[in-house]
Structure formats: C-alpha cells, structure tokens
Design a protein around this ligand. Structure first.
Ligand code: 6PG
Length: 251
C-alpha cells in the first residue's frame, strides 16, 4: 500500500489532525497489545503537535501505558536549545502524567557518541518490564518523522554511509557542516521501516521540492532524499506510512 498524503491549510490544522491520529493509534494499540511505543521527532515542526497532545484529555488517561522514545538527538547537554529531548520536554513531557521510566531519552550527552548509540541500541533490544521492540516483524507502534529541505529525516542525511546500514538500530554520525550541532545519534532505517505506523510532519515552502519529488517518483527520489527510503519493511499490508503536510509544503 503506498504512502498516504494529507494536506492541511496550515501547521495548526496539521498539528491538530496528527494529534487526533496519535490518540486513535494509542487507543487501538493499547486495546490490542497493552502498549503504545511512540518515537518523537525532533526539529521545530512538531512543537505545536506536542503542545496539543499535552492538553488532550483523550490521551491523558493513556500515558501510563505509553512508552516514549527519541528518533534522533544532537550530542548536546540536556537543556541545550538544540536538544530534541528538551524541546519535547518543554512542550509535552513536562506537562503530562507519564511515569518517568516510560520516557527513554537518547543519552546523546554520553561521550563518545559511539557509546551513546550503543547504549540506546542495547536499551531498545533489551526492552523493559512492560514493553518490547521486536527484533523482526513490527518494531515501534508509531514513529514521528520530520524532513529537512535537503530531504533528510531523523539524522539520516543525503550521501551518508548511515543510509546503507542494514543491521544496527542506532548510529552516531556527523550532520553536514551547515548544521550547528553536527554530532548526532539517530535511529536507522532497519528499525524505523518496521514500524506499524510512520507519520511524516512537514511544513513550509522550503520542503516543497523534496515532497513533490518523493511523491512523483519515490524510487528515483531515494538517491537524493533519504526520506524517500522510509518504506514498509515488515508487511506493507499491515504497515501505514502517512505524510501530513501543510499547503506550503504540498504546493
Ligand atoms: C533534527 C530532526 C530532523 C528534523 C528535520 C526538520 O534533529 O533536526 O530530527 O530530522 O525533523 O530537520 O526540522 P524542522 O521541523 O525544524 O523543519
């Protein structure tokens, strides 16, 4: 089944729609499997979504059964303005009744970065008392992703050796020089692409070109835009990939 495209007038409408989708996914997952493993994306686009989720009554009662993970992180101290975790904490995690042991922060402040990536991978593969990420078949219940104007997603950038990773679930890598916080830890396609659901949240005219290229010809877009490499790797009839775009990004 191909990727869905949902277009909204603006970021506010996009964020409200995705919040409703996340609540529905959480309710269904918890009813079916007693858990909901949710990977948060970084950057700025999801900020409003996180604020809406923080105040959403329907999910408020579910947080104790929801496990939160990071999709990628900059190797900066917690609290640094560049930290994806800090953005999620300020706009969501600090405002919800979620048990602290349900929040699985990427330990990107551990040095060296290879140790940070290995520690996170160990956690994901080990699981916890009330959650598990399967080594084959479905991995996370829902992964949120953004996309840069260069078509990167998580911290998987064009021409990176990380794009070819087939085994590891996390990697340390350097973002291109244009980025301030270059040292990163990121989930990789082997674990992202097995998720039951994957939502892209994309806003702004600077994303229009990669969005249009990916939807016009996903196969050829793979070379230039890593986001085009997000595809069903478990069972395309049971996995859902949905793009939530504002009009500026959709064109
Ligand atoms: C990061 C993000 C990255 C982000 C895109 C879009 O750490 O930068 O995970 O993949 O989602 O760069 O960022 P904006 O939402 O700020 O445009």
């Amino acid at each position: 089944m191909g990727a869905e495209k949902h277009v909204y007038a603006d970021l506010e409408m996009l964020s409200s729609a995705v919040a409703a989708e996340i609540v529905a996914a959480a309710q269904k997952s918890i009813a079916a499997r007693g858990q909901f493993t949710l990977v948060l994306s970084g950057g700025s686009t999801p900020r409003r979504l996180y604020q809406i989720l923080a105040g959403a009554p329907a999910i408020a009662i579910l947080w104790s059964q929801i496990q939160i993970f990071g999709g990628d992180e900059r190797c900066v101290p917690v609290g640094d303005p560049q930290s994806n975790y800090s953005m999620a904490h300020q706009n969501l995690l600090a405002h919800i009744a979620i048990p602290p042991h349900n929040i699985h922060r990427i330990p990107a402040d551990i040095d060296p970065p290879e140790l940070a990536a290995s520690a996170y991978e160990y956690l994901l593969r080990a699981g916890g008392a009330s959650w598990k990420i399967e080594p084959t078949g479905p991995s996370f219940d829902l992964v949120l992703l953004g996309m840069g104007a260069d078509g990167h997603t998580a911290s998987l950038f064009p021409n990176s050796p990380a794009l070819a990773e087939k085994e590891r679930w996390t990697l340390p890598l350097l973002a291109p020089p244009v980025h301030d916080a270059r040292q990163r830890i990121t989930l990789t396609f082997p674990v992202i692409n097995r998720s039951r659901q994957i939502f892209f949240l994309v806003s702004g005219t600077d994303k229009r070109e990669p969005v249009q290229s990916i939807f016009a010809d996903p196969a050829s877009a793979r070379d230039g835009y890593p986001a085009a490499r997000v595809q069903a790797a478990w069972d395309s009839t049971q996995q859902r990939i949905a793009w939530f775009l504002d009009q500026a990004a959709a064109g």
